[in-house]
Write a protein that binds this ligand. Sequence first.
Ligand code: GDP
Ligand code: ADP
Length: 214
Amino acid sequence: MADTQSQALKRRGLMFVLSSPSGAGKTTISRMLLDADDSIKLSVSCTTRSPRPGEIDGVHYHFVSDADFDRMVEEDDFYEWAHVFGHRYGTPKGHIREALKQGQDFLFDIDWQGTQQLYQKDRQDVVSVFILPPSLPELRRRLEARAQDSADVIESRMDRARGEISHWAEYEYVVINDDVEACFRKVQEILHAERMERTRQTGLIPFVRELMGS
Ligand SMILES: Nc1nc2c(ncn2[C@@H]2O[C@H](COP(=O)(O)OP(=O)(O)O)[C@@H](O)[C@H]2O)c(=O)[nH]1
Ligand SMILES: Nc1ncnc2c1ncn2[C@@H]1O[C@H](COP(=O)(O)OP(=O)(O)O)[C@@H](O)[C@H]1O
């Protein structure tokens, strides 16, 4: 039987935010979600940090110079931006607002500062999820196993982890990333449930009118 709700009813898109201390697994979970779900697109951020091995410009980040970032700030091209780990990161405005109206969902891998800015601008469209590591020693193991940062960068990420974790209660959902598959399924369930949230389903009013014959 056709699923009327997912096929026919119009829906406003949502801004699905994943935050965590560095190394807790938000990039891994984001990639699993993007692979599994054609209806959500990554909001590709700009950053002044250098690419890690395997990162592709325009796919994982737009890697920009300090001067380019300055120009984008001046021209008001960012939806939100913040200083993180001595670099700047920002969400380019692009066509996000227009696309949300058309029902497009966006995934944001951003920190707590960016999440606060989205809350202030578009609270009703934001669904926020904080990913916690099972323990701090495990967080360190993951940063070391990722093997993409020098020892002093790992130290500085560990130093900042407590500060980032202290923002956990500003998020609507909190998931512990112990087993990666289990964590992914929980995050996916949150996304599926939030798509059904009544006020996002803009097609419900005409549907119910017709259902009731008025
Ligand atoms: N506010 C904000 N934070 C961002 C943005 N893009 C990435 N971040 C955050 O910057 C932090 C550092 O990201 P990254 O250098 O990729 O390291 P990671 O934490 O190991 O993935 C993470 O907390 C990201 O969520 C953005 O556009 N805006
Ligand atoms: N549940 C998990 N168990 C073990 N290793 C994990 C788990 N989730 C992620 N990892 C690994 O930990 C490292 C950091 O994950 P990553 O997704 O890059 O974190 P973040 O984007 O939050 O910095 C990666 O090497 C990743 O493969």
